[in-house]
Design a protein around this ligand. Structure first.
Ligand SMILES: CC(C)(COP(=O)(O)OP(=O)(O)OC[C@H]1O[C@@H](n2cnc3c(N)ncnc32)[C@H](O)[C@@H]1OP(=O)(O)O)[C@@H](O)C(=O)NCCC(=O)NCCS
Length: 203
């Protein structure tokens, strides 16, 4: 478990993880964390992910209130990423409550995640689809939001990577970001790279 405290103009934040289901049970999700689903249901989803093999939750909290989180889990079986090596995991979601956005909490969640040497055993991917983004509350245009996501992800070594995945390619703002852990074998990296492009070009 990595734990760091972090001073903001909203008070002291604790950023820590991976947290267990039992630890999550004791905490409350801030009311502002509702980009993906209402906070109560999102807390249940976090607890579920923390219990699956290779599932991982890192949180930012003020006292017992979770104000930000990031989730990691193996790819869904119906996605092409499930064809990758066993060390492949997906950054599923990152969310920071509007009251503490723009203070570096998102970046800190990723920094704490990758301060854990275990993460060097994985290839971590983030599939970013613009329809998941909070365009309304941030007031950003789609391509500005893409820049935000790129800055956020690249701060932790998740770099934009080309693919012919249909969902990623369906809009220019969507993107795939990848971080290769330094302990991942070349064989696994090659297996992952072989699934980036699956659609054969017609002659
Ligand atoms: C995306 C999100 C997690 C960012 O969290 P955050 O704590 O505000 O991010 P940070 O403060 O760490 O900022 C990260 C980078 O984005 C930039 N950024 C943040 N808010 C921005 C804004 N409103 N306009 C422009 N850039 C912005 C920061 O400048 C920073 O880059 P820099 O350090 O190079 O300057 C947050 O906006 C959020 O929860 N959005 C809703 C959920 C979502 O869209 N998740 C992504 C899909 S899973």
């Amino acid at each position: 478990m990595v734990k760091q405290t972090f001073q903001t103009n909203k008070g002291e934040l604790v950023v820590e993880g991976p947290v267990t289901a039992e630890e999550l049970e004791q905490l409350t999700l801030d009311e502002g964390l509702r980009t993906f689903r209402p906070p109560k249901r999102q807390k249940e989803a976090l607890i579920e992910i923390s219990q699956i093999p290779d599932g991982r939750i890192v949180i930012a909290r003020i006292d017992t209130i979770i104000v930000g989180y990031v989730t990691y889990h193996p790819p869904d079986s119906f996605e092409r990423w499930a064809l990758g090596p066993p060390e492949l995991i997906e950054l599923g979601a990152i969310e920071v409550s509007p009251k503490v956005r723009g203070l570096g909490v998102g970046k800190k969640l990723l920094e704490v995640t990758f301060a854990d040497p275990t993460m060097d055993n994985y290839i971590v991917i983030a599939t970013e689809y613009y329809w998941h983004w909070d365009l309304e509350k941030t007031g950003l245009r789609v391509m500005e939001y893409k820049e935000l996501m790129d800055r956020l992800m690249s701060s932790a070594g998740l770099l934009v990577t080309e693919t012919d995945d249909e969902e990623i390619c369906s809009h220019p703002a969507n993107m795939l970001a990848v971080r290769y852990g330094k302990n991942v074998s070349q064989e696994s990296i090659d297996q992952f790279k072989s699934i980036l492009f699956l659609n054969k070009k017609e002659d």
